[in-house]
Design a protein around this ligand. Structure first.
Ligand SMILES: [Zn+2]
Length: 183
């Protein structure tokens, strides 16, 4: 099962390399089945696209381009040209087709089309008004980037359910230790 902590397709995709500044970050797209599962769980497709090892290389290249561009936006620097080239190459290619079938929305496509869908989301985000709302999770080591749409821009964590609770629990334990030491 993949995690979708931040609720923005392309940024959750970036999060498939977890704990980026760790010497050994966790790679969640280790094989084609993991990539298929990510597209399915993200709702990009309804049927596993049948990714292969070439798709894995493409996915990781696109993911790192999105991250490089997002990191540049976070740091207030201009977008790296190489990352923009990769992003645009994917975003101009055909995304997953969406069909009405028997009254239901159906999304069936190849891994390449699924990557194009992710790239379009990234291009809309990085070049749009929401780019200034990007933040990195406040839990040390998490490194997940998210879009802070909360009122007053007060969201601190990629996900309250995971990082927020972990930080609050460790702060609580630290307060207990301090209280014990004082008594
Ligand atoms: Zn986090």
């Amino acid at each position: 099962m993949h995690a979708f902590p931040c609720g923005t397709l392309s940024l959750d995709f970036v999060g498939t390399l977890r704990a980026r500044r760790d010497p050994a970050p966790a790679e969640m797209l280790g094989d084609p089945a993991a990539l298929d599962a990510w597209f399915l769980e993200a709702g990009v497709v309804d049927v596993a696209p049948g990714a292969d090892h070439t798709d894995i290389s493409s996915a990781i290249e696109l993911r790192e381009a999105i991250y490089a561009a997002a990191a540049a936006r976070l740091g207030g620097s201009s977008l790296p040209a190489e990352a923009v080239t990769v992003l645009n190459r994917w975003s101009v290619s055909a995304p997953v087709p969406v069909l009405l079938e028997d009254g239901f929305t159906r999304r069936r496509g190849s891994a390449a089309e699924a990557l194009a869908t992710v790239a379009r989301n990234a291009v809309d985000l990085l070049g749009g008004e929401d780019a200034v709302l990007m933040r990195e999770c406040a839990r040390p080591g998490c490194t997940q980037v998210y879009v802070d749409r909360s009122r007053g821009a007060r969201r601190e964590w990629c996900s309250m359910r995971t990082c927020g609770n972990r930080v609050k629990a460790s702060q609580f334990r630290a307060r207990q230790r301090t209280a014990r030491a004082a008594s």
